[in-house]
Structures are given as C-alpha cells and as structure tokens.
Ligand binder design. Sequence first.
Ligand code: AP5
Ligand code: MG
Length: 209
Amino acid sequence: MLGAPGAGKGTQAIKISDKFNIPQISTGDIFRKQIKNKTEIGLKAKGYIDQGMLVPDELVVDLVIARIEEDDCKNGYILDGFPRTIPQAKALDAALNQRDLKLDYVVNIEIPDENIIRRMAGRRACINCGATYHIVYTPTKVENVCDVCNGETTLRSDDKPETVYKRLEIYHEQTQPLILYYKEQSILIETDGVQDSNEIFNDIVSKLV
Ligand code: AP5
Ligand code: MG
C-alpha cells in the first residue's frame, strides 16, 4: 500500500487482509509495538517517528524481509507503509528476486494534503492493539475505549498538526517517487482516496485481476 500519511493505507490493508486471508504487515504498527515494549529497535525508532522523520532504511529493511519469511506469509501478504524510499524498494526487489518471488500489485491511494490534515486530527488509535478509529467517520462505540480490546484510544504521538506537516513534506520528497518506480514496472493500481472507505475498497478489489 502506497500513499501519504493518513491516506487510508491501514484502513484498506485491514479490509484486504480480511477478504483474502493474508496478513497485513504495517511497519508503523511494528515500530509502535517495539516502542511500547521499549526494545532496542523501538528506542532507536522513537526519536525519528516523533519528529515525523523516516526511520533509517537499515533499521527497516531487514525487519520486513524477516517478517515475510514467516509461515503466515506463504500465501501472500500486504505491505502497509513499506517500502517508503527508493533504496527500500530496491532492497525489497532484490530480496524477492533472490527467492524467485515478486510483488503482484502496488496500490496507491491518492489524496490531497488538505484532506489529510483533517483526517489526522480526528484519528484515534488504541494504545493496546493499534486499532484505528476516527471521531467523526468511524467512532468507537464508547468514547476513548477500543471496540476490539477495550484498551484506551488516543491521538497518536505523531498526529500533532506540526508533525503531520513534516510527515507530508517527507512523503512528497522520499516516498512519492515510488509511484513512478512501480508505474514503470506496470504493477501500479491507483485509487481515489477521497471516496468513502467502502467505495475505495470495492475499487481496489475490482482492479486486482
Ligand atoms: P505509519 O504508521 O505507516 O504512518 P503513515 O504512513 O504516516 O500512515 P498512517 O498510518 O498515519 O495513515 P494510513 O494511511 O494508514 O491511514 P489510516 O488508515 O490510519 O508510519 C509511522 C511512522 O513510522 C513514519 O512516519 C516513520 O517514521 C516510521 N516508518 C514506518 N514505516 C517506515 C518505513 N518503511 N521506512 C521508514 N520509516 C518508517 O487513516 C487515517 C484516518 O482517516 C483514520 O482516522 C481513518 O479512520 C480515517 N479514514 C481512512 N479512510 C477514510 C476515508 N475513506 N474517509 C474518511 N476517513 C477515512
Ligand atoms: Mg497506517
């Protein structure tokens, strides 16, 4: 899944994961879990994430390659938020090539920056399981309580407006070039992220041939 911060990658990745019964691998979720558990990777990643910067490629790539070698990925998987730089994309291509595998599709969710600022301010995430809500579009049944695990839902530490602006700047600089990279490989699917999330999902599924 490609797309700016808040484009709806996670929202769609979970729906695709449910439909095709393949795991969603979100590098952001992996880092947030490592931060919560105060692991070495988590401690290294936290400083970057809280400033809206990307975690250095070398901290991300090995982690993802190791994850896709796990048993539950044998029938496929969805990468959510990875790759995010051209060097990450090249490292992934090389690792898949070595294993006689390839990416089947890259889904790009397109959305203007103005819409993103509004979405992020309303997003709430469960500090326990990571489930994501929106105070207007997809609120929890009980305010600030996760529907899935009853954990507390809060604003993500990197969803403060000033950090969102920084993340958008970095997205345009380092991640957006991947759209052309995958277009040239003829595996890019594009969808309009301003639509209702069910419409986006149906559009994506209709384009997976
Ligand atoms: P990550 O967690 O991946 O954050 P992100 O890319 O900034 O994207 P988000 O998770 O914020 O948004 P999303 O597109 O998943 O949108 P969502 O579905 O939640 O990464 C966090 C940080 O980790 C990075 O900044 C970086 O530091 C580090 N990192 C991660 N991967 C890395 C990598 N590969 N390399 C280096 N560093 C890395 O939706 C957003 C909100 O909108 C929600 O409230 C949702 O309910 C709502 N919403 C969704 N769809 C719709 C819709 N259609 N209509 C209305 N509302 C909607
Ligand atoms: Mg996400």
